[in-house]
Design a protein around this ligand. Structure first.
Ligand code: HEM
Length: 334
């Protein structure tokens, strides 16, 4: 009787698990592509060797993928008949790193043809991007499949904007099942990479029609940024003025002295009474705490609504859906 109850309890708990958690797995490619981790790590390392920002570009693509229709590679699709690319959305305007994904995919296809999705490549490459720049490592869950559609209106609605308030940012994370700790931990990816001035120069003067600069922006840091941005709105500034290319906890120590680059960064610490302040404090105090939460939050983000089983497809080319499965000359028979 007790064991029957245990079995019933097991099925009850299994039903409560989000489908994604039940379906993605650490061992997904153990038989079909056991060398995947090595191939991706080598390709990410090669990319970083020629572009120190490569890792930052890759993890940002994974984030923008997962927030629109789940982690299904939809962000990578370019305009085509029947596809309005998410890259046309303001939140993706000027996003970089697509050619790095293509290079990684080419290496993966050479080792394991037709097996590994672009969505899984983004998840795996994000882990290596972080780890190769000094951040934590984790076992990436796999089994995502690639979408055959893009959702440009979804990208317009769901991607976070640097001009938003903390309440708005929390709502966008909540809409995909992520909480406040996820928001603070994942924003820590702004410990590396760059932002164009157009996304933060509104903080320099007449902020919110006050006639003054953003009061939460450190005045000496503001002067440095104004100097950088005098070269124009497309000039890029380091997210982290202390260790620009290292994945460490300095994003949070910067926030504590008014050196968050985007309004949306600084709000995590400077919104009066916000529950995010204590989280920033704890990450600034101990890098281990940040790394532990970041790992978990990356897994949480990677679990957003994946396509699994026989849904979607394994794209041959990350930028395009496979041709229809009707066989015959000139048709892709994937
Ligand atoms: C919380 C809301 C977020 C907002 C409003 C935001 C906004 C931005 C903006 C405006 C840029 C600069 C883009 C450009 O100049 O082209 C940027 C870059 C970046 N974002 Fe975020 N972001 C957010 C969260 C995240 C998350 C969750 C991650 C990853 C886990 C991430 C990773 C990055 C990285 C690494 C870069 C630098 C990319 C590069 O150097 O090319 N961001 N973000």
């Amino acid at each position: 009787m007790a064991s029957a109850n245990a079995v019933a309890f097991f099925f009850f708990v299994a039903l409560l698990l989000p489908a994604s958690l039940a379906q993605l797995s650490e061992n997904f490619y153990d038989k079909t592509c056991p060398t995947l981790p090595n191939i991706v790590r080598a390709a990410v390392k090669k990319a970083i060797d020629s572009d120190v920002r490569a890792g930052a570009k890759l993890i940002r693509l994974h984030f923008h993928d997962c927030f629109v229709n789940g982690c299904d590679g939809s962000v990578l699709l370019v305009d085509a008949p029947g596809i309005i690319s998410e890259l046309n959305s303001p939140g993706n305007e000027g996003i970089q790193g697509l050619e790095i994904v293509d290079a990684i995919k080419a290496d993966v296809e050479r080792g394991c043809p037709g097996v590994v999705s672009c969505a899984d490549i983004l998840a795996q490459a994000s882990k290596d991007s972080v780890n190769l720049q000094g951040g934590p490592s984790w076992r990436v869950l796999h089994g995502r499949r690639d979408s055959r559609i893009a959702n440009k209106t979804g990208a317009d609605a769901n991607l976070a904007s640097p001009f938003e308030t903390l309440v708005q940012l929390k709502a966008k994370f909540a809409a995909v099942g992520l909480g406040t700790t996820d928001l603070v931990a994942l924003s820590g990816a702004h410990t590396f990479g760059r932002s164009r001035c157009r996304f933060f120069s509104h903080r320099f003067s007449n902020f919110n029609n006050t006639g003054s600069p953003d009061p939460s922006l450190n005045p000496s840091y503001r002067q440095v940024l104004e100097g950088v941005c005098s070269a124009g709105p497309d000039t890029r500034a380091n997210f982290d003025p202390t260790t620009p290319d290292v994945f460490d906890k300095n994003y949070y120590t910067n926030l504590k002295v008014g050196k968050g680059l985007l309004q949306s960064d600084q709000e995590l610490f400077s919104t009066p009474g916000a529950d995010t302040i204590a989280i920033v404090d704890s990450f600034a105090d101990r890098e281990g705490t940040f790394f532990k939460e970041f790992r978990q939050s990356m897994i949480n983000m990677g679990n957003i609504k994946p396509l699994t089983g026989s849904s979607g497809e394994i794209r041959r080319n990350c930028a395009r859906v496979n041709a229809a499965r009707i066989g015959g000359e000139g048709h892709d028979v994937m």
